[in-house]
Design a binder for this molecule. Structure first.
Ligand code: ADP
Ligand code: ZN
Ligand code: MG
Length: 480
């Protein structure tokens, strides 16, 4: 008999905050600088130096806490988390242990059976460690290099409750979380550059059992897709372990993207291994209601609110509103265009259709495209006044996308103006009628649909530039 299992997942997400300077010193946080050029005695942990808390970090952490429906603690403190590693020059990391800045929040996600709240246990602030660069082969025989530019870059760690029930839910949680943080502008959430890192905890239990099974922690997934794949692999692995009559071992496992499997890294550390104690060089953090309220009042519109507003203000279908608010940049593009062209559904169709198709084809981010709302609005007006046909509009749009040129200039340069001159079109229509006597006969015998074929022939002859309504009218007059 096979046992049916339920999957339990909780995520710990580290997010680099987009402040200009580090959390406890004024070194730059810029990514990709020459190694060890953004360092100072404080972030190198030299004796006698003292940390000074960057207020912007607290502002950003509170913003994240509010957007994720957390309570903001009036009183919190920093603690030292002690461990020895070459990328951690002080041999301890300043973090928050028992009194984190934010607690008891949630994120709403969409699942197959409607929306669901995933609890957020806590959000705390901490400093990042440096980066080790392993030279040469996997056995590290040629040595490792260390770059301390990243030590002291501010992070928040967002710890979820074990509320997710499938790898797909975990991926959806990450997608929503990233969207919210991007809307807030507190992080660029760039996974490749390490500004968003996810550790995934997973266990299984027989359906109906209340007690959780032993969990494993998965690390080193560098995309949401990889998180989902790693979790799927791990669920299967744990099932097989139990099926063999063995026990799941609590441990940390690393995801190997090329082998498509998780590999045991080390036994799991316990909190007491870290010898946490209050950071003596920083005063506890007291946050009054006024500070929190000011941030709350200035919070930007969040994805869900914006989606609702797109439905009520622009009369868009929920589907459109969801797609358009998927990123702040896309929603901005839409609103910029609607301001200049007051037909939301038409604008939505172009952005969801042609625009997203081209973005995907080019493999770029929305913000990198050359289309602006004003350019799209101008192009739509060229269609309305008959300067270009809808078919030609697609050509113009592609050109705008590539070059960012004004649509009028494109029409001019490429000679794409619609032919609405009756005399000119009549000539072509006559040719097409002469060349297709059988089709004309069919139409005369009542097969009205065949007229579409003739219109198509005229469009082909004019390379899409003929005004289709006019061609239709001329054909009907002449065949009658
Ligand atoms: P630890 O003490 O091992 O760090 P925590 O209780 O702090 O464990 O939880 C760390 C993360 O693991 C949280 O995101 C939590 O939701 C998740 N988690 C805890 N227990 C389980 C479990 N049995 N299965 C899956 N995830 C779990
Ligand atoms: Zn520094
Ligand atoms: Mg823990």
């Amino acid at each position: 008999m096979t046992t049916e299992y339920e999957v339990i997942i909780g995520l710990e997400v580290h997010v680099q905050l987009a402040t200009e300077s580090k959390i406890f010193c004024d070194c730059s946080t810029e990514f990709g600088a020459e190694p060890n050029t953004h360092t100072c005695p404080v972030c190198l942990g030299l004796p006698g130096t003292l940390p000074v808390l960057n207020k912007k970090v607290v502002d950003y952490a509170i913003m994240a806490g509010l957007a994720l429906n957390c309570e903001i603690s009036e009183y919190s403190k920093f603690d030292r988390k002690n461990y020895f590693y070459p990328d951690l020059p002080k041999a301890y990391q300043i973090s928050q242990y028992d009194l984190p800045l934010c607690q008891n929040g949630y994120i709403e996600i969409e699942t197959g059976n409607g929306s669901k709240k995933i609890g957020i246990t806590r959000i705390h602030m901490e400093e990042d460690a440096g980066k080790l660069v392993h030279e040469g082969s996997i056995d590290r025989s040629t040595g490792s290099l260390v770059d301390y530019n990243r030590t002291g870059v501010p992070l928040i760690e967002i710890v979820s409750e074990p509320d997710m029930r499938s790898p797909a839910e975990a991926r959806e949680y990450l997608t929503q979380l990233k969207k919210i943080l991007e809307y807030l502008g507190v992080s660029d959430c760039n996974m490749e550059e390490g500004s968003l890192r996810c550790d995934a905890n997973v266990s299984i239990r027989p359906v109906g059992q209340e007690e959780f099974g032993t969990k494993t922690e998965l690390k080193n997934m560098n995309s949401f897709k990889a998180v989902e794949k790693a979790l799927e692999y791990e669920v299967e692995r744990q099932k097989q372990v139990l099926a063999r009559g063995e026990e799941v071992i609590q441990e940390t496992r690393t995801w190997d993207d090329s082998l498509n499997k998780t590999i045991s890294m080390r036994g799991k550390e316990e909190a007491h291994d870290y010898r946490y104690f209050p950071e003596p060089d920083l005063v506890p953090l007291e946050i009054d209601a006024e500070w929190v309220n000011e941030i709350r009042e200035n919070l930007p519109e969040l994805p869900l609110e914006r989606k609702e507003r797109f439905i009520s203000d622009y009369g868009l279908p929920a589907y459109d509103a969801g797609v358009l608010t998927d990123s702040r940049d896309l929603a901005d593009l839409f609103e910029e265009c609607v301001q200049a062209y007051d037909d939301p559904k038409t604008v939505s169709n172009w952005i969801m259709g042609e625009f997203l198709r081209l973005v995907k084809e080019a493999g770029i981010e929305v913000a990198e495209s050359k289309i602006t709302g004003k350019l799209l609005a101008k192009m739509l007006r060229l269609m309305d006044d008959g300067t270009i046909s809808s078919k030609i509009a697609k050509t113009v749009f592609e050109e705008m996308f590539k070059t960012g040129k004004d649509p009028e200039t494109i029409v001019e340069e490429k000679g794409l103006k619609q032919i609405s001159d009756e005399g000119k079109l009549e000539e072509i229509v006559d040719q097409i009628i002469l060349a297709n006597p059988n089709v004309v006969e069919d139409i005369k015998n009542g097969k009205d649909k065949a007229i579409g074929f003739l219109v198509g022939q005229v469009m082909k002859e004019t390379r899409g530039k003929a005004n289709p309504q006019l061609v239709n009218k001329l054909l009907r007059e002449k065949i009658k």
